[in-house]
Design a protein around this ligand. Structure first.
Ligand code: NI
Length: 255
């Protein structure tokens, strides 16, 4: 039995000094592959340097996070579009985040669309971050529908109706993380109705730490806690959760 963490920011400064140990703990916990979504150019070098040290275990991506979209966003997208030498497994994370600010809402939408188009040109999946922006996300997906994008809605917390609606806009998976272990989290109920063959496991570390570690820094070695909770909610074995979600991740990210 092994697991894949499809969303972990192990290059974040919260891991400064013990990122290598965090990778080791994850591998010993059975988390044998980890996807590293990109944030913006400020942390990109740290991400590629870490991924280089653990080839075949850590897989980097390329993206501009919606909360990093501001003045100069277009130049940063152009820089990403012209990067051809780095081996990446996905475009992201990208998407829309209106929770913190709507100041750059229009720019976020343009940057999101440009990144979906980039992914489709490169034949790569997209890692989507959506927060307080569901309708605006669907508006952008509508404009890209003819491109048949593939990817994952990371940290999915939407309703079963939102999940069903997604299937009309391409080939989409949902990333389920630590929130599923929280008491009263609606996703714990929704996950019963989402087919296992559409689910990816993720930590989003260092954020969204699962129970019983809430309040501490999150890390990829906690993935089995998330898998166990999904197994309980669905009334199946953790082995089945591990094998189906790992297969999903390997297909989507070609790893
Ligand atoms: Ni993230």
């Amino acid at each position: 039995m092994y697991f894949i963490d499809t969303h972990t920011h192990l290059y974040d400064e919260q891991f400064a000094g013990d990122a290598d140990e965090a990778v080791g703990r994850a591998v010993r916990a059975g988390v044998t592959k980890m996807i590293l979504p990109d944030i913006d150019r400020s942390s990109r070098k740290a991400m590629f340097t870490l991924a280089d040290r653990f080839r075949g275990t850590l897989f980097p991506c390329l993206g501009l996070h919606p909360t990093s979209v501001g003045p100069g966003w277009e130049e940063e997208i152009e820089e990403m579009e012209s990067m051809t030498e780095e081996k990446i497994q996905a475009i992201g994370e990208t998407g829309l985040d209106f929770y913190w600010s709507r100041e750059f809402a229009d720019e976020q939408e343009k940057a999101f669309e440009r990144q979906i188009r980039l992914a489709c040109r490169k034949g790569l999946p997209v890692i989507v971050h959506s927060r307080d922006a569901t309708e605006a996300v669907f508006k952008v997906l509508e404009r890209c529908r003819h491109l048949s994008p593939v990817g994952v809605f990371h940290a999915f917390s939407g309703s079963i109706e939102t999940y069903r609606r997604l299937s009309g806009y391409g080939d989409w998976y949902v990333g389920i993380g630590g929130v599923v272990t929280f008491r009263k989290a609606s996703i714990a109920e929704t996950v019963r109705q989402i087919p296992l063959d559409r689910i990816l496991l993720e930590t989003d570390s260092p954020y969204l730490t699962p129970v019983p570690h809430r309040g501490e820094r999150n890390e990829s070695s906690y993935i089995p806690l998330i898998a166990e909770k999904i197994a309980v909610q669905k009334g199946i074995d953790i082995e089945e959760v591990a094998s189906v979600t790992s297969g999903n991740a390997e297909r989507l990210f070609s790893i």
